[in-house]
Write a protein that binds this ligand. Structure first.
Ligand code: ZN
Length: 159
């Protein structure tokens, strides 16, 4: 069966950046499951999955606009260090914070004596993404899955 809206697809992937570095991979894990047509995965990848079936292997390049969006310089900010609770601050630490666009996750990119630089961009924002995909299984979604907009079961969401 071919991947189409109201299908659940299971796939293995290896994600690399322009430099060829592996950013993420499902190797050694269960394949990733998603509900096709529900925006569960980035648009560029979802479009490329359409029409494929179990056993298909293919590569797809995804531009930032079809991935995690462009990097927004305004999301990089310097915050006085005393705004953070008393703790050892290190680059790479993540915090949830309130912004005027709602809750967001920021990562610390630099720690100076009085100022901490935080970046609210998605880690993969602005990156051109290269996926190597192997479709493991395609099945019809259940009515409940379609209504909820996500996959249920062992690899998916549980209630
Ligand atoms: Zn659900």
């Amino acid at each position: 069966m071919q991947i189409a809206p109201r299908c659940v697809a299971y796939f293995h992937y290896t994600l690399t950046n322009d430099a060829g570095e592996v950013l993420d991979s499902s190797e050694g894990r269960e394949p990733l499951a998603y509900l096709h047509g529900a925006g569960n995965i980035i648009p560029g990848l979802e479009r490329a999955m359409e029409g494929h079936e179990a056993g298909d292997a293919f590569s797809v390049d995804v531009e930032p606009e079809d991935g995690y969006g462009p990097r927004v310089p305004a999301l990089v900010q310097q915050v006085p260090r005393n705004q953070f609770p008393e703790m050892d601050l290190e680059p790479g630490m993540r915090f949830s914070t309130e912004s005027n666009r709602g809750p967001m996750t920021v990562v610390i990119t630099e720690v100076a004596e009085d100022l901490v630089t935080v970046d609210g961009n998605h880690p993969l924002a602005g990156e051109r993404l290269h996926f190597a995909i192997e479709v493991a299984e395609v099945r019809e979604a259940t009515t409940e899955e379609v209504l909820h907009g996500h996959v249920h079961g062992a690899d998916g969401h549980d209630h």
